[in-house]
Structure formats: C-alpha cells, structure tokens
Design a protein around this ligand. Structure first.
Ligand SMILES: Cc1cc2nc3c(=O)[nH]c(=O)nc-3n(C[C@H](O)[C@H](O)[C@H](O)COP(=O)(O)OP(=O)(O)OC[C@H]3O[C@@H](n4cnc5c(N)ncnc54)[C@H](O)[C@@H]3O)c2cc1C
Length: 213
C-alpha cells in the first residue's frame, strides 16, 4: 500500500512525526506497521502514534545515527509516498478492560508512541504514563497527555520534574499490583522494569511488553 506524506514535524533534533494520508487504513491502537521507501524492499516496524478516529495516520520516529530506514524516511517531503504493510502485532488493550481497569504505561523515548495512540483513541481511559527520556526536550507532544496522570523521568539533565530513570521512579514509588502494565521501548529497560514489577507482586499476566530494539 502506498500512502502519501501529508507533513513531517520535527519534535527534537533526532525525532520526527510522519503524518500520512489514511486511505481507509484500519488498525487497533498499539499495533505496528512496516514502513519503507516504495519498491526498496527494505522496511522497519513502527507503532501507530495517531488515534483510530484521526483522519490521518501518524508515526513517531527517532532518526537512528547510520540507521537505514529512519534516516531515509526523514529525508522525504510532503507529497511523496511511503510503502506501508500491516497492521501487525498484539500490543493492544483488551476491549473488555478499557472502561474498568487502571492502566500504567511505561515507555522510553519513542516507546511512548503506542501510548499516544491509546490515549487519543480511548477518551476517559484510566491511565498513568511514566516515560523515560534523556532530556526534557524529548517530551514529544506532551500536551496530548493529562499532566495529572503523566510523569516524565529525565535522566541526563536537571529539570523541574523527576530526575532519574523510570526504574528509579518505580523503586521510589508505590506499585499497585491491581493495575495492568504496558511496557514499551528498549529491551534492557523492559527486562529491568519487568523484574521490579514482579518483585512488587504484579502478576506476569498483568504485564504486556513491546521491545523496539
Ligand atoms: C514492534 C516494533 C515497533 C517499533 N516502533 C517504533 C516506533 O514507533 N518508533 C521508532 O522510532 N522506532 C520503532 N521501532 C524501531 C524501528 O523498527 C527500527 O529498528 C529503527 O527505526 C531503526 O531502523 P533503521 O533502519 O533506521 O536502523 P538500522 O539500520 O536497522 O539499525 C541501526 C542500529 O540501531 C539500533 N536501533 C534501532 N532502534 C533504535 C533506537 N530507537 N535507538 C537507538 N538505537 C536503535 C539497531 O539495533 C541497530 O543496531 C520499532 C521496532 C519494533 C520491533
């Protein structure tokens, strides 16, 4: 499927949001797709960032130094096309839990992408978002989250909010075993957070994970 680029928004020196024409594409929030240059045969997975009711499709992408696809997509301009396959994956909220469970979303960097899709797609969702970033300028589209439910953990800069990693935050704060936990980002963080949650009596069947790299 070819989708035309509507716009590309720079969100930090290395991250950008790629907005595509939707073309009736149907997905569940949190699923991912494969994106690549048309006909190149090279593509990578990207989580949905936009909501199911948005008239466009959007992805939050970090340009990885020497990365093939993340840097090739960044060079594209509005009006050009990208190849999209999918949707794939099961990092989604269970429909029967959406109105009556409390969710905790824990992500690092662009691992916040599926949580953005959840929050946009399910108004009234009972969630806490704990997002790990290196610098405060990586709070991508922070205004889209309820500030009362959101904490950004900044690890490499002193700022007015929480200073430290998501693992530090979890070790210093109460962990509710009755919540449902979704973890997304790099594998190392996912392993560490999983261990902390299990040590705090959270059942493994209440923890869902999506590793980006
Ligand atoms: C299910 C799934 C969903 C994903 N969703 C997203 C998403 O929403 N947004 C997003 O930006 N990426 C996402 N990724 C990662 C993405 O698929 C690519 O791996 C990433 O864009 C790098 O691809 P590349 O071709 O530019 O680099 P490559 O040429 O493939 O690799 C360069 C090197 O960079 C490493 N690397 C990959 N990602 C990162 C990173 N974020 N930071 C540092 N090093 C990295 C790789 O391990 C590799 O060693 C997702 C991955 C998976 C498996």
């Amino acid at each position: 499927m070819l989708h035309k680029i509507i716009e590309k928004r720079d969100l930090s020196p290395s991250a950008y949001a790629l907005r595509l024409e939707r073309n009736q594409f149907v997905f569940r929030p949190g699923q991912c797709v494969n994106l690549g240059l048309p006909g190149s045969g090279v593509n990578r997975e990207y989580s949905t960032y936009s909501g199911t009711d948005d008239p466009y499709l959007e992805f939050l992408i970090k340009e990885v130094p020497v990365g093939t696809v993340s840097s090739a997509l960044r060079k594209l301009e509005g009006g050009m096309e990208v190849e999209l396959h999918g949707p794939y994956g099961s990092f989604v909220l269970q429909p029967e839990k959406i109105g009556n469970a409390r969710f905790v979303f824990i992500g690092t960097g662009t691992g916040i992408a599926p949580f953005h899709s959840f929050v946009r797609s399910y108004p009234g969702l009972d969630y806490r978002l704990i997002c790990g970033i290196r610098e405060s300028n990586e709070r991508y589209d922070a205004g889209d989250y309820d500030p009362e439910r959101t904490v950004f953990c900044v690890s490499r800069e002193n700022w007015e909010g929480y200073n430290g990693r998501v693992t530090d935050y979890l070790l210093e704060n109460e962990v509710d075993p009755a919540c449902i936990y979704y973890l997304c980002g790099n594998q190392k963080m996912i392993y560490s957070v999983y261990e902390i949650l299990r040590n705090r009596e959270v059942n493994g069947d209440r923890i869902f994970t999506e590793a980006f790299f």
